[in-house]
Design a protein around this ligand. Sequence first.
Ligand code: GLA
Length: 384
Amino acid sequence: MQELAERLTREFRSRFHDDPLLFSAPGRINLIGEHVDYNDGFVLPGAIDKQMMFALAPGRSDVSQVYSLDMAEGLEFSANTLSPGHHWINYFMGVVAGFQERGVAVPAVNIVFGSSIPTGAGLSSSAALCCGFALALNQLTNAGLAKIDLAYIAQYSEHRFAGVMCGLMDQYAVLFGETGSLLLLDCRSMTHTEVALPPAAGTLMLVDSKVKHSLASSAYNNRRDACMEGVDVLRRTLPSIQSLRDVTPVQLEENKSKLSDEVYKRCRFVVAEIGRTKAACKAIQSQNWEMLGKLIYASHEGLSKEFQVSCDELDLLVRVAGQHPECVIGSRMMGGGFGGCTINLVRTGQEKSFQEFISKEYFTSFNTMPAFYSVKLSQGAHKI
Ligand code: GLA
């Protein structure tokens, strides 16, 4: 962290001959509660000790200049002509557009940024980028926006400039994360309670399948549409529901025949997953790790078979983890799906043997090695 901050500062000074402010924004994990944030459900994410960092200061021309240390690439944009264009600069432009939407004038800024969050691994590096930059702009412009507004601006950037109709879980976790705790986020009221994850729960280990499907964002939007279609149909007999959050498993079964098979499966997963997330919190609070593990595996089963956002590589990682209950408490795919990481609760002291048997089986099946990240729950985005 210190080293990245120094590298960014050096690069900033040599490019812009100025002293920067420094901001940091973490990646996120989600223990359970997948694809339910945009259904008003409950999720259990946390911020991690891998972060994106920004060195920035007001610019001296009309054009904002942004340099990515990791890609060794510099791009620029003008706040007067914002439209989606070249890949990563979109996220910066989207955040500026989000401030403008709220009536905040944004001056040109010079930025150097770099990251220790693996990209394409489903750890929300794009949410870290948008939230970190939004936090910085909030200070630079004296806009005085609340953290939740910054989360919505970051989400706006994903929706309008990257075309992914994501929920708010990632942005919320990146901005509100707390050291040592998960956040039980109620995605209807957009408020959270902290859920401390004690060391007895084991080590949080992510296994990166290194798979990234290019159609992931359209498939994501398609799952969201299926959930909305379910709500539209169910509303005809259940007029008071606003979202799948309001539907009980019994009500869903009673109305099964009105839904297409596909929409029914999607809804069934969401309704069950919301219940599992609440049960997982109780399991953590009562230190019932075996119950927590069961819920985590059940989440994966639903994501794979009913919501159908897993892939062979993720399924194998979870299956192999499940064959070693002496090492692993629970395992499932994490995030939007179609690649990225599995999240694993590994029993303390078993981390090395976990890596060995997972690597061996993964290599045998896919002729490539996965990557392992041991992560700690950390504080949300902040000024350094
Ligand atoms: C992505 C989205 C989130 C959430 C997850 C799935 O990370 O950005 O809003 O929907 O997928 O839980």
